[in-house]
Each structure stands twice: as C-alpha cells, then as structure tokens.
Design a protein around this ligand. Structure first.
Ligand SMILES: [Zn+2]
Length: 440
C-alpha cells in the first residue's frame, strides 16, 4: 500500500469514533465568533457535513431530531486554531508517526496547518485529509525549499523560474523561501510566482534583505526574519525611529508576519535550558528525537563561543518589535514551527500564546492571529476562522473563556475538525497511547 492508504487503514483501526455525523448541534454555548471582541451567550451552533449551517439563540435554532447534541452549558465555543508555520513530519517518517503528529495538532485545537517545507507525498496526504480519509488539520503546503544552500540549492534565475513553474503545476499551495538565495535568483522566483499566481513566503535571505523582500511581494515574513538585521539591533536596543519606519512600511504594504516567538528563543539560545528540556509535552514525541533536541540545545548554550548577552538582546528586541507591529495593527499570524526543536505539534501553541501575551498583546489580538486573521489570509481559498454560517466547521469547545485567560485554551471539552467531533475523553485516550508509544 502507498503511504496515504496505509494511513487510512491505520486511522480507521484506531479512531472508530470520529467519522462525520449527519448533523451535530452544540447547544446553549457562549460563542466567541472572533469577528470582533465579543461573546454571545446561550447560542446553538448547528453543523452539517463540514460546514456551520446555523448560529443563533437556543430558542431560535431548531435542532434536527437525528442530530448529535453536545452540551455547551457553561462552555465557550471558538474557531479552531491555525499553526501558520508548521511542518509535516520529516521525509521518511513512518505512517504511524505522521498520524500521531496530525492527531497532536487536532488534539490541541489546531485545525489548520500551513506546512512550510514540502517533499514528495505531502500533496497526497493533504488531499486525503481534505477528503475526510484521515484525522488531521486542513493542510496548506509549501513546496520544496527555495534555498541557496545544500544539495537542492537554487543557484540561477533560470533554475528558480523552472522550479516555480514546476511547483505551481504540481499543486503546492505556496513557495517556501529559505536563506542563502542570491538577489537575482530571488527576483526571478518572485517575478515568475506573480506570473503563475502562487505566493512565496518564509525566510528573508540575507543578500535580499527585508525591504527588498517586502517590495518584491513576499507575502509572509516568518520568524520576523530580517527585521533585527534591518534594524541592526543584534547588540543594542532597537532604534525607535527606525522601528517606527519599518513597522509603518510593513503595515502599508499589507505584509503578514508569523513571529514564532517561543520557537525563536530555542533557535537563538535565549530560552531557559531547564525549562525547555523538561517541558511535559515532550513525552508525546519519540524519545530519540527529544533527546537529540536536548543534547544539541545544551551543547549550543554551553559552547565557549556562545554569546548569551547577544541572544538575550535579540530576544528582548524581538518583543519590542512584535509589540510595535501589534500596536500598529499590522497583519500577524500565529505559528510555532512544530515539530521543530521543543515545539511539540499542537502543544506548542500554549507556549506561543504565553510568549505573545508577555509581549503585551491583548488576548483578543493573540487569538485573532490564530483564527480570524488566518481566515482573512485564506479568503478566496476557503471560509474559516470565525464562528458563522458557511464557515468550515473547525471548532474548539472550552470549559473556560479564553478571552478572559489564555490558559483556558488548554481546558478543552472537545474539538471539531471539518465537522467531525472528537470529545476530550477520546483525545485523552489517544494521547495516552501516543505517550506510551513514544517512550519506547
Ligand atoms: Zn520551519
């Protein structure tokens, strides 16, 4: 069997309870539509297939007799969350591991993942998930990297043109920009991407620089890449005037950023080693993978040439930068780069929520970056990211109000992904299995 059909067989075997029902009603719930900072008490939300078909006061929504009813009493219903810089498991992963990673996302309410590095087989997985053949977030896929480094480097403008056309024809959703591209190669990629109608997003190659990338139309700047370099703020506080200027430029060009604040602390070495190497959720990934992360992180931050002062300065400056971007109401989307060093798929969102709150963003702005903002970004592709009629039925049912406390995002009653309901007991049962498998 090929990979997708092996996965299907596996998932049907382990998850008998998640097939899409005819209709599901979440009854008497407080809805956080996320179209603005408001909540609507005593609502019923009716779902048919993969769509929300009715939202209204309990007394006004007629629930079909054969619909499955889920109690929303005392609970809060928000749109499912998006991981806008996530990944599929590495090439060569077993189908079992792919299924586990997809489940870890969904288990934490992550119902959309923009997967930021393509390899053969992912398009089939994406389509299989979409057709309802397996449990997983809706995937949007970047193709194989446009990088200036490594065996598959793109070294000439013609190579870039050919690769853009090939990836567009193969059906990738976007192009992934990586470091090391020469300016003329980047420009050829950008020009061809516009011609064929595919976006390019990701890193900012050093030779290109932030302003050039934004002017060329790069749609998302991930990890806030290029900003600290542009501000020359590696070793000193951010210059206020320069910051104001680049924030205004980001805003006026409509450029999106995907900050990945928690992840970046682990990349640059400013994260507390004791904390990140002992995160409880690390038990959901294979022990060997986690041990490698632990060893390499400790090695990095204890190396004689490691510049801890600089790492802390950069981390502090990134917070100032994100606060300024948020205050200017620029387009911010939520991402954690899972599964990547210490970012456990799905679970990593809780660290990122905290990291964004530490910057001083409001709970509403943070949650919007993972819901409504993502829906806006994908307008024209599909409808999701708010609780409203016609939206994809990706929903997160919580025991507490996440607008009051972001900790409530972890207090789930269940998750709905494309209309399929997974109750918290089912989530916990499967998580326990994954933890047991990962310890082997
Ligand atoms: Zn990444």
């Amino acid at each position: 069997m090929n990979l997708p059909s092996r996965l299907l067989a596996l998932l049907v075997a382990v998850l008998p309870g998640v097939a899409a029902a005819a209709a599901v009603a979440i009854v008497d719930v407080t809805v956080l539509p996320m179209d603005s900072n408001r909540s609507l008490p005593h609502q019923t939300v009716l779902v048919e297939g993969d769509r929300i078909v009715q939202v209204g006061p309990v007394a006004e929504v007629k629930v079909p007799a054969d619909a499955r009813r889920i109690s929303g009493k005392g609970r809060f219903l928000m749109p499912g969350l998006a991981e806008m810089h996530g990944h599929n498991p590495a090439l060569g992963s077993t189908p079992e591991f792919v299924a586990q990673v997809y489940f870890l996302y969904v288990a934490n309410g992550v119902t959309t993942v923009r997967s930021m590095l393509g390899y053969a087989g992912q398009i089939e997985l994406r389509d299989q998930v979409r057709k309802g053949g397996m449990v997983g977030p809706t995937l949007y896929l970047a193709g194989p990297s446009f990088s200036g480094n490594g065996a598959a480097a793109v070294l000439t403008p013609q190579a870039a043109i050919d690769r853009v056309r090939a990836q567009q024809a193969e059906g990738w959703d976007l192009l992934k920009v990586h470091p090391g591209l020469k300016v003329e190669v980047y420009d050829a990629m950008a020009k061809t991407a516009k011609e064929v109608g595919i976006e390019f997003s990701g890193h900012v190659p050093a030779a290109v620089g932030l302003v050039h990338a934004i002017k060329a139309g790069q749609r998302t700047i991930d990890h806030l890449d290029g900003y600290i370099e542009h501000l020359k703020a590696q070793d000193a506080p951010v210059d206020a005037a320069k910051l104001k200027e680049i924030v205004a430029f980001t805003k006026e060009t409509g450029t999106w950023v995907v900050p990945t604040m928690a992840l970046w602390e682990a990349i640059i070495g400013s994260a507390d080693a004791d904390h990140v190497t002992n995160l409880p959720e690390l038990k959901y990934l294979p022990k060997r993978m986690v041990d490698n992360w632990r060893t390499s992180y400790v090695k990095k931050v204890t190396a004689p040439n490691f510049n801890a002062t600089q790492a802390r300065q950069i981390a502090a400056n990134r917070k100032v930068l994100l606060k300024a971007l948020a205050d200017a109401d620029t387009r911010i989307m939520f991402g954690t780069d899972a599964p990547q060093i210490f970012s456990v798929p799905g679970f990593s969102i809780h660290r990122e929520l905290k990291a964004m709150a530490e910057v001083g963003m409001s709970n509403y702005a943070i949650l919007r970056s993972a819901t409504k903002a993502v829906g806006d970004y994908y307008a024209g592709v599909d409808k999701f990211g708010t609780v409203a009629v016609g939206q994809r039925a990706d929903l997160l049912l919580l025991e507490g109000d996440p607008l009051q406390s972001l900790d409530n995002v972890a207090k789930r009653a269940g998750v709905m992904v494309r209309g399929s309901w997974i109750a918290e007991e089912e989530i916990q049962r499967r998580l326990a299995q994954i933890a047991a498998d990962s310890a082997k």
